[in-house]
Structures are given as C-alpha cells and as structure tokens.
Design a protein around this ligand. Sequence first.
Ligand code: ADP
Ligand code: MG
Length: 389
Amino acid sequence: MSSGTLSTSLDRAVNRPASTDVVIRAVAVNYAYGEGDTRTQVLFDNHLEISRGEVVIMTGPSGSGKSTLLTLIGALRSMQEGYLEVLGRNLSRADEPARVEIRKEIGFIFQQHNLFTSLSALENVRMATALRPASVEEMNRRAVAMLTRLGLADRIGHRPSELSGGQKQRVAIARALVNSPSLVLADEPTASLDAASSQVVLDLLRELADGPTRTTILLVTHDQRVIDKADRIVNMVGGRIVTNSLTRVAVRIVRALSAVEALSGMGEATLSRLANSMTVEHHRPGGTIVRQGDEGDRFYVVGSGVADAYRDGQFSEEKLFGEGFGMISSYFKSPIPETVTARTEMELYVLAKDDFMRALAADQSFEGRIRALLAGSAAGAGAQAAEAP
Ligand code: ADP
Ligand code: MG
C-alpha cells in the first residue's frame, strides 16, 4: 500500500470544510488486534459520515468488525490508522483523558449491560444523571420519567437480581438515554427484548433523533423491525463497509431529486442527506396541494403521479416526476406563484422550511438551485436562472 496516496486522501478529507451537522466522520479507518505474529487486522479502509439527527443501522455477519468500529467511534479504544472525528473532536489523536470527556456525551447501549448489582433500577439510572448535574429533584424526575417511558414504573426500586433479562436491558437503555446524549451508540440493543419492548425502544430512539436534540443514533442490529425507523443502512462484511445505502423511501427521493435538473452536480452524499430530511406526502386526485397567492412554507418534488398547475385561473402546465413547486414565502419574500392540484394519486417529497434552512447552511449553492428549480418549472421564465453554479 502506498502511504503517500493514503495521506493525501486523508488530508483532503480532513481539511474539507466541516459541515456543522456531521457528527461522525471516519476516513480510511483500519484496526488490528494483537501484535507481531498474532497481529490480525479486522477493519480495512472504512469511510463513514453520519449527520446530526440521523438514525443509521449497521448490519453484517458476526465477526465482521461492527463492534470494533462502534467502540472506536465511542472512544472506548484508541485509534491506530486513519482519521476519526466524533462530535467535533479528533479521536485519531485523543489520549485517554480526552476520550473520557467525549464518552460523557455519548449514550452507550451494549449487550453486557453492567448494571451495579447493589443498586436499584432508579439508582443505576440516577448514577448517569450525575454526569450532567442538576438539582436532586430534577435528576430523580428525569430518571423516573425515563424508566416509566420504558415500562419500568413499577420496578424502579428493584435490584438487577430481581429483574428479568429484558428488564435489566431496559434499565441500561434508560441509563444511556437519561442525559439526552448527542450521540447514541447501540450494539444489538433489542436482542433480549420482546416485540413490544423493542418497539418502545425503537420509537424512543427515532423520537430522540427527530426531537429538538436531534440525537444521532448508530445502531448495530439484525432486527428487521428497525429498518423502517432508519434513515440509512450500513452493511459491514469482513471488516469493510460494503454498502452504505438509504432506506427505501430515501432511495425513491434521491431518484426523484436526481431527475431535478437544477440539482444536477450535487454530490450523491448531499442528495442523500437532503433526501433524509424530506418527508413523504400522498395526495388524492382532485385535491389542491398549494394555492396561488398563499404564504407557503415548503417545497415539493413530484415522486409519482401528475399534477396540474394554474396561474391566474388558467392552466399553465403539468407537474411530472422530478418537477418542483411550492414556496418558502418567509425566506424568498414571495407568495406561492401557482395553484397546483393532483390529477392522479401522487407521491410528493416535501422539504419543509427548517430543513431547507439546514440544507442552505450546509451548501451555499442550494438557494440558487432552488430558485432555478422554481424558475425552470414556470414555463418560459427559467432560461436565465437555470445556470446555478
Ligand atoms: P462483530 O461485532 O461484527 O461481530 P467484532 O468487531 O466483535 O465483530 O470482531 C471482529 C473481529 O475481531 C473478529 O474476528 C473477532 O474475533 C476479533 N476480535 C474482536 N475483539 C477482539 C479482541 N479483544 N482481541 C482479539 N480479537 C478480537
Ligand atoms: Mg458485535
């Protein structure tokens, strides 16, 4: 292997202007256990970027290196080769005291739950709240609320020996989440849980990602029920990330976005991130989606079906796959320019104002692209605006 090319690509990746939304950035990460004759490399050239508020699932056969990568990201072991940045901190160079600091911002859910056997469920969770000190009442309140959320309201005084495997696991999950960590790393968190408890845990994780904290979740699991809660699936085989794929909905959104001329030239990673922040709406034939002259707060891209656009009461054009409409009036200082009604059943991908603002912050060309998208869809008005840089 040429270390020259490695360090150049590393430098390039590391020196790229950091988007503030990137929570995990791994570049060319290798890892080996043992030394000398017993040295065995188990991670090979792993690249991974995970943004704030993303729920990412990692799957792969046993022994493929998932837990090793997770413990590197969690600052539980020191890096050997490659670059790793977590929550804005460079872990490639972090010594143990620095790693201890980073770990305080991470909620860990591992299979071996390591509860204190002499402490009650409440006391186990309370221990964690001490990392973010508050008044005793507040820390108790948070611990009780989290245990209750996980269905353990009537078990808060029990010690681990008085709890089932699944209950112990839920105490450990409560402990990991009680501080509203910025990042949650979970290794098979639902393995010992029944279907109903798994659902509670998965809903809670999705809620943390979508809530005001926009917690980032990286989850090793084989649980099929998790898939539709995830934004992205990363598959690891033989120490390498072999696919880094979007969930089915996001794949459809990326396909539609790729058909948008004004967005051409945006990298796949950027489009994927955008797709992940868009939501899906279904509309019935005949329904009005937006009305000319109203204040709008979202953009739409057609995923399937056909819509009719009207300006000043006159039919102006069809909206087909990959075409956009709508308006964020407060930003563009403009009302919705056309009325759009669904002619058929429609699937629409929606970019709401907050996500538009975030996309804008991450990519300065985005505003121009959206202007071009809108101008391009207004018959005849698009020529000069279509040349986004
Ligand atoms: P996974 O979580 O995907 O099952 P792991 O990261 O646990 O995979 O393991 C990857 C490889 O590293 C396996 O071959 C495993 O045997 C080896 N391994 C894991 N932990 C250690 C260790 N502490 N010492 C030596 N080898 C290890
Ligand atoms: Mg493992």
